[in-house]
Structure formats: structure tokens, C-alpha cells
Design a protein around this ligand. Structure first.
Ligand code: LLP
Length: 416
């Protein structure tokens, strides 16, 4: 459940009237609900209550500092995939001993940064990465805590671009080579092998892939134990889907109910890396209708947000619900909702039946709290839009709208 609801035909975020916020900050803008964020945090925490666990929020989903700080204050940890994300996580107040670092392409500088900050774990994705971490830790006089990310070859039944645990994906060490990888790691002087890890994909709406992955990790922990390698921590990644259109993802309690029994008896601390399920439905993108354009028998609703602001429909064909911010009674019309960017992929909805809005009307693109702003860009030299956080009836701009000067920061004209 979220806190975006109509009151007398006007869409509110908690107790704040979205039309008023638009009047104050202009459009387009991202809007996040604090109450929803905290609620999702609490739901996930309670669902996992039966096992010793640490939730490490996947920062890539929404890395706004205010959002991160809110989550950090709940005592959870963070899952980061770059030096930049580690920097943000630390700035926002996540404790280093609650930060895990994932990703296939960690650089030397990033590894040094993580080691220097004494983070909880490096989720290591290849043998060469193990060797590099071992070398750097040696030079720094540190013992690097590592988990090996295995690729369990499980079909998460999601969009191919966000499936990560199939054999052909670049992620993790193939399950069949895992034992060999762990033996190698255990023999390296400057590593402390503490965990196993897997993340099989994102926007997963079925339980089976999670259960299968958890079982494979538990089997691996047993095999390693027989081999003399004891494991303290099992990281099962993130991936729980949310409802965008008509999908029916499992509730966090159902998801936990399926995996907790598998993991419970292992004597290990369980790490979870949820991203989307924490923040996805806590955010929307608010945009204004610029024109209604009729071309042949097509009707285009041209809005002031573009694919540079929210790329998910263009990249994954994702279906975001789109609501009028003030309910209208106009004729139901089949429209394409498109942005101003010079690409035919710049759309938010195709052949969607909605009450026809008029120029100046506001639309709310729902479920935009995850992988929305974080995937935005300056394409077409469009300044990135602001992010606004609502708490009760008050709102604060937590990232300002970029201006034209921001667009050219760091660029140099070379004059002969
Ligand atoms: N852990 C790791 C190692 C990950 O790679 C990811 C997401 C997560 C956790 C969090 O997954 P979540 O709980 O959010 O599903 N841009 C795409 C999603 C890409 C997900 C990448 N990895 C989208 O907009 O759907």
C-alpha cells in the first residue's frame, strides 16, 4: 500500500496536494512519500523477523541522499555497486559495517575505498577480482571480508535485461565452479571468506525462483562446510517485484514465508538486498501536458517529461499506471503519452485508454520511485528534474532542478 490517494478528485501524496507542489516547484518532478518508505521498510523487516538478518537496501534503485538518510536511520544497511554509491551511502549515514559491495567491475580505486572504509563484505564476482582484492588488501595491511557471488543458473521469469542469474549473464561465478573459487579464496592470505551470495534478477513476481536460489545457496554452504570452509552469511540478493499494472507479485510476507524456512536452520546471518520493493511505489513522476496532437487517427498527449527523466518504458517496455492529478470527466480516448525527446522510444504509454486531458493538466506516472531518477540523464541537453520528499502535509525539495549552467559544468571550449 502507498500514500498516493485522491481526496475530492485531487491526487494527494500523504496530506499534501500534488497540484500545490507542482505550482511551487514546476514540472516535471519526482515526488516521494516518506510514510510509504518507512512503511515498506517496516513490512520487510517484520516479514523476515524469524531469522537473524540484515537488510541492505540496494542504493541503485533510488540514491537520493534524503531517501538514503531516511532508510539509514531505520538501522538497515546498504548494497552498493560503485565508489559513487559507497560515497552516497556513507554521506547519508549508513554504517560501514552494514554495507555490502556488489558488481562485476570494481576498479582498484573502488576496492581501496571500500577496504579503507571497513565495509561489511565485498560480493566478489570473478576469480581475477578475488586476486585483485587479495593484492590490494595485502598492500593496505588489511584482511578483506569477501563473499563469492554465484550464478545459480535460475530463470527468474522477468524481462531479459534484468535477469542476472542465468548462465549466459555476466554476473557471478558459475555454480559448477563455485567450490573451486571458494577453495582459492580460502587459500589467499589477505582474504577472510565469510559468505555466499546470489542475486538472480529484478521485478520477480513468482516465488519459485527465490526458493530455488535459496536452496542452491544452502546446499553450497553445506558442501563448503564438508570442505572445511565455514560460512557466516548468506546473501540472497534482491529482486522482489512490485505491482505496476496487472502483475500480482507476492507480498513480502509470502516471499519471506517461502524462503525463511529454507534458510532458517543454516546458522548463518541472512542478507537481503531489496531495492524496488522498498522504494518503487513510494515515488511518482509528475508531468504536465503540453499539447494534444492529432496525427491521422492517432492522438498524442505530449508531456514535459521525457525518456531522459524516466527511461523504463523505453528500455523495458514497462507499463506504469498514469493518473490525472485532478480527476477529469472527459471522453475516454486511446492515446500515446509521449515526451519531447527526439526519439520514437520517448513514450510513457502506448495505445492507453484514458480520459483525454488538456494542455496544462498534470499527470502522475506511478511506481517511479525505483530506477526512475537514478537512470535519468541529460539527453537532449535537458536539465534533470527535481526530487521532492513529502512528510504529512509538508514537502521539501531534496534535489534541486538542474539549470543550463549545470549542463555545461566541466566542459571546455578549445580556442586555437
Ligand atoms: N542486488 C544486486 C546485486 C542487484 O544487481 C540489484 C539490482 C539488486 C540487489 C536490487 O534489485 P531489486 O530488489 O531492486 O529488484 N533498472 C531495472 C532494474 C535493474 C536491477 C539491477 N540490479 C528496472 O528499472 O527495472
Amino acid at each position: 500500500m502507498d500514500y498516493f490517494e485522491y481526496k475530492d478528485g485531487r491526487l494527494f501524496c500523504e496530506d499534501a496536494d500534488i497540484t500545490d507542489i507542482a505550482g511551487a516547484v514546476g514540472t516535471p518532478f519526482y515526488l516521494y512519500s516518506k510514510r510509504t518508505l518507512l512503511r515498506h521498510c517496516d513490512i520487510i523487516h517484520r516479514a523476515l523477523g524469524e531469522v537473524e538478518h540484515l537488510t541492505c537496501y540496494s542504493v541503485k534503485a533510488n540514491s537520493n541522499l534524503a531517501v538514503l538518510a531516511l532508510l539509514a536511520a531505520q538501522g538497515i544497511g546498504a548494497d552498493v555497486v560503485s565508489g559513487g554509491e559507497l560515497f552516497r551511502a556513507l554521506k547519508a549515514g549508513f554504517a560501514p559495517e552494514k554495507i555490502v559491495y556488489s558488481g562485476v567491475g570494481k576498479t582498484e580505486a573502488e576496492i581501496e575505498y571500500g577496504l579503507g572504509q571497513n565495509i561489511l563484505t565485498f560480493n566478489v564476482e570473478s576469480i581475477p577480482e578475488l586476486e585483485l582484492i587479495n593484492d590490494i588488501a595485502g598492500t593496505m595491511g588489511k584482511l578483506a571480508p569477501v563473499a563469492l557471488r554465484v550464478n545459480p543458473d535460475i530463470d527468474p521469469k522477468t524481462h531479459p535485461y534484468i535477469a542476472t542469474g542465468l548462465r549466459e549473464n555476466k554476473f557471478g561465478i558459475p555454480h559448477a565452479q563455485a567450490l573451486e573459487g571458494f577453495r582459492l579464496a580460502a587459500g589467499m592470505r589477505n582474504l577472510r571468506v565469510i559468505g555466499v551470495d546470489a542475486h538472480i534478477g529484478s521485478q520477480i513476481t513468482e516465488l519459485d525462483p527465490f526458493v530455488e536460489s535459496a536452496k542452491k545457496l544452502c546446499e553450497l554452504v553445506e558442501t563448503l562446510k564438508d570442505d572445511g570452509i565455514s560460512i557466516e552469511q548468506i546473501d540472497i540478493g534482491g529482486g522482489l517485484g512490485i505491482r505496476y499494472a496487472d502483475e500480482i507479485p507476492p507480498e513480502p510476507s509470502e516471499w519471506a514465508g517461502a524462503i525463511v524456512p529454507v534458510l532458517k536452520g543454516m546458522g548463518c546471518r541472512i542478507i537481503f538486498e531489496p531495492g524496488r520493493s522498498l522504494v518503487g511505489n513510494a515515488g511518482i513522476l509528475v508531468t504536465k501536458v503540453l499539447y494534444i496532437k492529432r496525427s491521422g487517427d492517432k492522438v498524442f498527449v505530449v508531456v514535459d517529461a521525457g525518456m531522459n527523466d524516466l527511461i523504463r518504458p523505453a528500455l523495458y517496455g514497462s507499463q506504469h499506471e498514469i493518473r490525472p492529478v485532478i480527476r477529469i470527466d472527459s471522453e475516454e480516448t486511446v492515446v500515446d503519452i509521449v515526451g519531447p525527446v527526439c526519439e520514437s522510444a520517448d513514450f510513457f504509454a502506448k495505445d492507453r485508454t484514458i480520459p483525454l486531458p488538456g494542455p496544462g493538466d498534470l499527470l502522475a506516472i506511478m511506481g517511479a520511485g525505483a530506477y526512475g531518477f537514478t537512470m535519468s540523464s541529460n539527453y537532449n541537453s535537458r536539465p534533470r528534474c527535481p526530487e521532492v520528499l513529502v512528510e504529512g502535509s509538508t514537502f521539501k525539495v531534496v534535489r534541486e532542478r538542474e539549470n543550463y549552467e549545470d549542463l555545461i559544468r566541466g566542459e571546455h571550449i578549445l580556442v586555437d
